[in-house]
Design a protein. Structure first.
Ligand code: SAH
Length: 214
């Protein structure tokens, strides 16, 4: 049977997001509009609306929908921001962020995934304000800095200093910090030159590679 994607998507919004406390209507409608199944390789497409991470090849995953929504919510975007996403994967979270902010730069270290993310964004028409760069995002993207918001979709022991340096003042960053297997989702707020950090959730992300990663 061919799944009715729009129905699956609405169920995901209701059961996985709204019921768990995601309140920002802009995020809920962005995720209701974006065809998540089109950001998932054909062989895993039937899992597109599952309540967990789904493999996308190269040992990587597309994050659980709730985690994508939570991270976007923690960034408190209002529409005018310039956003950096580290770890684009197949580009789904970048597409969501693109609906919530003015501009998104999404960096992906695996060349084939960066290419797939680019194709997915183009095919779904969500590309115009999202650029996908292939490179080591643990060093940020100095050419585009400063960023009003930074979302890191891979875990490391610490927040790479380059990312804090490229965060605008005021600005917000979310990132999983911990060991290889388990992390806490940190929310960092920069304001008046001061950094404040808190833990928003426990989480499990793939490891951040590159110079500022594992
Ligand atoms: N944002 C994705 C999640 C992708 S998983 C989503 O939409 O759900 C995290 C991704 O980070 C993987 O694709 C991995 O290859 C990438 N990654 C790991 N270390 C990186 C680094 N240093 N720079 C850029 N990307 C990195």
């Amino acid at each position: 049977m061919i799944p009715h994607w729009a129905v699956e998507r609405r169920k995901m919004i209701e059961m996985q997001l709204r019921r768990r406390g995601i309140r920002d209507e802009r995020i809920l409608s962005a995720m209701e509009e974006i065809p998540r199944e089109q950001f998932i390789p054909p062989e895993a497409r039937l899992s597109a609306y599952e309540d967990g991470p789904v493999p996308i090849g190269f040992g990587q995953t597309i994050s659980q929908p709730y985690m994508t929504a939570l991270m976007a919510e923690l960034l408190e975007l209002t529409g005018g921001e310039s956003v950096l996403e580290v770890g684009a994967g197949c580009g789904y979270a970048a597409a969501v962020l693109g609906k919530l902010a003015a501009r998104v730069v999404a960096i992906e270290i695996v060349p084939a995934l960066a290419e797939t993310a680019r194709e997915n964004l183009e095919r779904t028409g969500l590309g115009p304000n999202v650029s996908v760069i292939c490179g080591d995002g643990s060093l940020g993207y100095p050419e585009g800095a400063p960023f009003d918001a930074i979302s890191v979709a891979a875990g490391a022991r610490d927040i790479p200093p380059a990312l804090l340096a490229q965060l605008q003042d005021p600005g917000r960053l979310v990132m999983p910090v911990g060991d290889y297997a388990d992390q806490e989702l940190r929310v960092v707020a920069k304001r008046d030159g001061q950094i404040q950090s808190r833990v928003a959730a426990l989480c499990r992300f793939v490891p951040l590679r590159g110079e500022g990663g594992f």
